[in-house]
Ligand binder design. Structure first.
Ligand SMILES: C[S@@+](CC[C@H](N)C(=O)[O-])C[C@H]1O[C@@H](n2cnc3c(N)ncnc32)[C@H](O)[C@@H]1O
Length: 285
C-alpha cells in the first residue's frame, strides 16, 4: 500500500515538474506542455470528481471550437493592447486584471507552437555555451522558461509574476542595480511604444562589456512590409552606448541582434532617432 502511494507521489511529482517544463526543457513537445500548463491555470474548466460524469468526446465539438475562437480573439485583443501602449499603461492594465496575463500567454504559446524554432531556445543555447557565472536579466520573461533552463543566476522580469521568482514591474524601471548584469535578454518583448526606455534600462544595469541580446519577430524588421530598417535600429542602439556584435537573419520567423556595451560608456545622449517598430499581429488560427 505504502509502495503504491509512494509510486503515485513520484508520478504526481513528475507530472508537476514536467508541467513546469523542468524536464528536458529543449524537448520539442515542451511548447505544448508550456501551453497546457498555462491553460491549467486560466481557462480550463475544473476537473470533475464525479465518477459518473461521461468522458469528454474526443473529437472537438462546436462548443470547443467556439471557446477556442473566443480565447484566440481575447489573446489578439490583449496582444494589440500591449503593442499600442506604453510599459506603464501595460502595467496598470494587468494590475486591474492579472488573469488576463494567463489568457495572453495561453494564446501566445498556442501561436508559438506553430514556429519551427523558438527564439528563447536559441538564447538558451547561446547561454549554455558560456560561463554559468554570467548574471542574466530576462526582460519580459513570460513564463520564465529561460531561468528554468540555465544554471546562471537569472533576474526574470515581467509585468505580472507567474511565480515568486519573477520581479513584477515595468521593465523601463527595474529594481536592479546599475552595472550588475552581464547579459540582458529581450526575447520578443520590445512591445511597448516606449521600447527605447527598456533598452536604456538595460544599458544602465549592464556592466561595461556586457551583452545585449534582442530577438524580435522578423516582420517588425522588414522595411518592404512596413517594418523598421534593421540598420537604423542598430545605429540607434549603438548611439545608446553599444557596439554591434552580430545580426542573425537566418530564421524565417525571428531576427536576432547581439550587441555589447561599450567598455568606456559615455553619458547617454537623448537625441537618438529610433525607428518605429510596428506591432506584431498574430494570425487567426
Ligand atoms: C511575447 S512575450 C515573450 C515572453 C518570453 N520572453 C518568451 O520568449 O517566451 C513578451 C513578454 O514581455 C512582457 N512585457 C511587455 N512589456 C513589458 C514591460 N513594459 N515590462 C515588463 N514586461 C513586459 C509581456 O508581459 C510578455 O510576457
Amino acid at each position: 500500500m505504502e509502495a503504491l502511494s509512494n509510486s503515485k507521489q513520484k508520478k504526481d511529482k513528475r507530472k508537476r515538474r514536467s508541467c513546469r517544463g523542468e524536464r528536458n526543457p529543449s524537448h520539442p513537445q515542451r511548447q505544448q506542455k508550456r501551453r497546457k500548463c498555462l491553460l491549467d491555470q486560466s481557462t480550463q474548466e475544473p476537473k470533475s470528481n464525479n465518477a459518473h460524469t461521461p468522458p469528454a468526446p474526443k473529437s472537438s465539438t462546436f462548443l470547443d471550437k467556439m471557446r477556442a475562437r473566443l480565447s484566440g480573439g481575447h489573446f489578439r485583443m490583449i496582444n494589440e493592447k500591449l503593442y499600442s501602449c506604453s510599459g506603464s499603461d501595460a502595467l496598470s492594465f494587468f494590475k486591474k486584471d492579472p488573469a488576463l496575463f494567463n489568457t495572453y500567454h495561453a494564446g501566445y504559446q498556442a501561436q508559438m507552437s506553430h514556429w519551427p524554432e523558438q527564439p528563447v531556445d536559441v538564447i538558451i543555447k547561446w547561454l549554455k555555451g558560456r560561463k554559468h557565472s554570467l548574471i542574466v536579466a530576462d526582460f519580459g520573461c513570460g513564463d520564465a522558461l529561460l531561468a528554468r533552463s540555465v544554471k546562471n543566476k537569472v533576474f526574470s522580469i515581467d509585468l505580472v509574476a507567474c511565480d515568486p521568482s519573477v520581479i513584477a514591474c515595468d521593465m523601463s524601471n527595474t529594481p536592479l542595480s546599475s552595472f550588475s548584469v552581464d547579459v540582458a535578454v529581450f526575447c520578443l518583448s520590445l512591445m511597448g511604444t516606449n521600447f527605447s526606455d527598456y533598452l536604456k534600462e538595460a544599458h544602465r544595469v549592464l556592466r561595461p562589456g556586457g551583452w545585449l541580446l534582442i530577438a524580435e519577430v522578423r516582420s517588425r524588421f522588414d522595411p518592404n512590409n512596413g517594418g523598421a530598417d534593421p540598420d537604423m535600429f542598430s545605429k540607434a542602439v549603438q548611439k545608446l552606448g553599444f557596439i554591434t556584435s552580430s545580426k542573425d537573419f537566418s530564421n524565417k520567423m525571428f531576427v536576432l541582434f547581439f550587441f555589447q556595451k561599450k567598455e568606456k560608456p559615455r553619458a547617454v545622449t537623448t537625441d537618438i532617432k529610433w525607428p518605429k517598430l510596428k506591432p506584431c499581429m498574430y494570425k487567426r488560427r
